[in-house]
Ligand binder design. Structure first.
Ligand code: GTR
Length: 328
């Protein structure tokens, strides 16, 4: 009697655990440098909501915003080892890991943000997502995110023409291409992680930085830098990458769901972005930030100055650059 009970108990436990295995809940951790409410944060959270619904709670997303898990370099590394599932990062930070992406980091490679959107939504965008997935770097390229255009901002004096950049210490993303870019424009490019920018501006370690309006405002850089120059030297999109290690533990159906919701997030984030960009500019104006519009002639000077960057890095990407230029 006792034996039968024990045997029955073991059997029941075995059933329960095999059932539990199929149904085992998996919480997918996500990292973003931006705070809650930021378009990229919301878009990834929404992937989580959809996943939770579609898998009856088996998959969900836990978002860690505001650099809680570190900067973007760290996020990429954490995704590679499977410590987190989603890293939403700039192509600026991802270029040093998957070199093909650096084509998007060439200054003025896109005519405007609309052109960039057509490129990431089309075959070039898909090819580059696939390059990430097939790079052997432990990442799956899931979706693109819009990040508008990047502009210079400064703490001490306004940048009205390129000459004002002369000798200025400008923080750029951790990618040698951007150091070369800032130097070619007459400044001193200083590469550092996003997690250090605010303090660097505040303490005078740098005299300025460059970013899109939502980052400038909603990550508080505008509290230290009072001059914002709309020159649009870089239009760098961002990517949601997924940990290959975790991806390989998911069923084919679950992978398909992630791919589908990723594509939807790409379009959703863009709509949120447009609203956020306007809000950021309004907030900057209300805070008394001096906003400088670069005249067309001066814009040309910025563009001409980056020729050495194109000479150094451009030839590797000639084919893709041609395809980008041919994209309407
Ligand atoms: C922001 C971007 C971040 C990060 C940051 C930076 O615009 O959303 O992913 O790359 O710029 O300058 O490091």
């Amino acid at each position: 009697m006792k034996h039968t009970l024990v045997a029955a108990g073991i059997l029941a436990a075995a059933f329960a655990s095999s059932g539990a295995l199929a149904q085992q809940k998996l919480v997918l951790k996500a990292s973003d440098v931006h705070p809650g409410g930021y378009p990229t944060v919301v878009a990834v959270e929404d992937i989580g909501k959809k996943l939770e619904k579609a898998t009856n709670g088996r998959l969900s997303v836990a978002m860690y915003p505001s650099m809680q898990l570190g900067g973007e370099k760290e996020a990429i590394e954490q995704a590679q080892v499977g410590a987190i599932a989603f890293a939403r990062v700039s192509v600026g930070a991802l270029g040093p890991v998957v070199d093909d992406l650096n084509v998007f980091n060439l200054p003025y490679v896109f005519r405007n943000t609309e052109h960039m959107q057509h490129v990431i939504d089309g075959p070039i965008g898909q090819d580059l997502l696939d390059k990430v997935t097939n790079s052997g770097k432990g990442l799956v390229g899931l979706a693109w995110m819009d990040a508008g255009a990047r502009n210079f901002y400064s703490t001490k004096k306004p940048i009205k023409t390129m000459a004002d950049l002369k000798g200025m210490k400008v923080r750029v993303m951790g990618n040698p291409m951007f150091v070369d870019m800032a130097n070619a424009m007459g400044g001193n490019g200083i590469a550092m992680g996003y997690d250090q920018v605010f303090t660097a501006l505040q303490t005078g370690v740098v005299d300025g930085a460059e970013n899109n309006p939502p980052s400038f405002v909603f990550d508080n850089h505008y509290q230290a830098a009072k001059f914002y120059t709309v020159d649009e030297h870089l239009i760098v999109p961002e990517m949601v990458v997924f940990s290959k290690k975790i991806w390989d533990t998911l069923s084919k159906d679950e992978q398909a769901l992630l791919a589908k919701f990723g594509k939807e997030a790409q379009q959703e984030e863009r709509k949120l972005w447009d609203v956020y960009e306007k809000q950021a500019m309004d907030k900057a104006k209300a805070a008394g930030i001096e906003i400088i519009q670069v005249a067309a002639a001066d814009k040309k000077a910025f563009q001409d100055a980056v020729k050495p960057v194109w000479d150094k890095y451009g030839p590797k990407y000639t084919d893709t650059v041609k395809r980008i230029q041919e994209t309407k």
